[in-house]
Design a protein around this ligand. Structure first.
Ligand code: ZN
Length: 166
């Protein structure tokens, strides 16, 4: 019988797998051709901890999710580019941003060559998690309930992004 305790233990073990699986994120061949040799892949956790704000470190390097409605980037409406808060790689244009009503910065398109994805089973429902293809920092999850023309919703942690005004 599945007790609450075994369920919790099961969740914890899945969660542990989720953390170690970060290294197994499988960037596409195109990702790897571009970024496989990048020095950003050699930055250690200790170095990341020094470079990043605490929340950005938890999101990018430990796959945490920021609380909904807490990112100032949700209400950022200027023209510009959203780059990885870890390594500065361009991930989104402001033209691709929309208000999803979720409390997280949301986009219907990304620079796909700069993003790597993997299946995430943390919530028992597979979700596709995506990472910066260069430093492999965790950004967010992509869902298939976005607006036209792509139908995609890239639900991104604001702490994992930096906005660069045009
Ligand atoms: Zn990055």
């Amino acid at each position: 019988m599945l007790t609450r305790r075994t369920l919790l233990l099961f969740t914890a073990s899945i969660s542990a797998v989720g953390c170690t699986a970060r290294a197994q994120t499988t960037p596409s061949a195109a990702n790897e051709a571009r970024f496989g040799q990048s020095l950003w892949r050699d930055v250690t956790d200790a170095q990341w901890r020094e470079r990043l704000e605490p929340l950005a470190f938890r999101v990018l390097r430990q796959e945490a999710t920021e609380r909904a409605g807490t990112s100032p980037l949700s209400s950022e409406h200027r023209h510009g580019t959203y780059v990885c808060a870890g390594c500065g790689l361009e991930l989104f244009r402001s033209d691709w941003k929309y208000d999803s009503g979720t409390g997280w910065p949301s986009f219907f398109r990304t620079f796909s060559e700069n993003v790597a994805t993997k299946e995430d089973l943390l919530l028992f429902t597979p979700r596709t998690e995506y990472h910066c293809a260069r430093c492999l920092g965790h950004q967010g999850h992509v869902f298939e309930d976005g607006p036209r023309p792509t139908g995609l919703r890239y639900c991104n942690n604001g702490a994992a992004l930096r906005f660069v005004p045009a």
